[in-house]
Design a protein around this ligand. Structure first.
Ligand code: SIN
Ligand code: FE2
Length: 215
């Protein structure tokens, strides 16, 4: 199903990718340059790093965080922490424009009052993938996930509540925002290996910002 929720002039549409899950095409297109500018400052304080899974594998996606809480993985498990384990300092704060964009996107998808306290920043290079997983380290599953795509396009897999459930493939382009909550909140999702490509603002890279109410 495809709904025309936006200004026709903007050519922005919402696509249902699951129950209570929408892809908002181009929702962040206009704010992307400002997001990337702010990201430069965040990355200077909390650089990308490859975390290790509890099983001992180095993740191919490079990650960092901003906001009161940051998602980390190491040999002892996955969790949210207020300090960057690499520097011992608080994560860079969540820029007001990031929180507003996430709030607006959530509201557009039917989740009013979303107040994220965590923004996970993922960097993908050609060949990088993210295997099927659930986002379930957050306290309150009534709060949605808001995921912003920037740079090179990706194929997103969106499945069901069980790992073995059939997945739907969705193309994610620069400026797209996926929002899932409600009945889809714990649905499995992942990213297929990124195909080599080029984006005017980000070169070979794809960045993804995942906003969550974690604490
Ligand atoms: C994630 O599930 O954490 C990120 C999804 C994406 O990169 O689109
Ligand atoms: Fe996820």
């Amino acid at each position: 199903m495809s709904l025309d929720l936006f200004d026709a002039a903007d050519c922005r549409t919402a696509i249902e990718i699951g129950p209570d899950a929408l892809l908002l095409r181009g929702f962040a297109s206009n704010t992307a340059p400002a997001l990337l500018d702010a990201l430069g400052h965040i990355l200077a304080q909390a650089p990308f790093r490859h975390m290790v899974t509890p099983g001992g594998f180095r993740m191919s996606v490079a990650m960092t965080n901003c906001g009161a809480l940051g998602w980390v993985s190491d040999e002892t498990g996955y969790r949210y922490v207020p300090f960057d384990p690499q520097t011992g300092r608080a994560w860079p704060s969540l820029p007001a424009g990031f929180a507003q964009l996430a709030r607006d996107a959530a509201s557009q998808a039917g989740f009013d009052g979303f107040t994220p306290d965590a923004c996970l920043i993922n960097r993908y290079e050609p060949g990088t993938r993210l295997s099927l997983h659930q986002d379930r380290n957050e306290r309150d599953f009534t709060q949605p996930i808001v995921s912003v795509s920037l740079g090179v396009s990706a194929l997103f897999l969106f499945g069901g509540p069980r790992r073995a459930d059939k997945t739907r493939r969705v193309e994610l382009h620069h400026g797209d925002i996926a929002v899932w909550g409600g009945r889809s909140r714990l649905h499995y999702h992942g990213v297929l290996p990124i195909k080599p490509g080029h984006h005017a603002m980000l070169g070979e890279q794809r960045l993804n910002l995942t906003f969550r109410k974690a604490g």
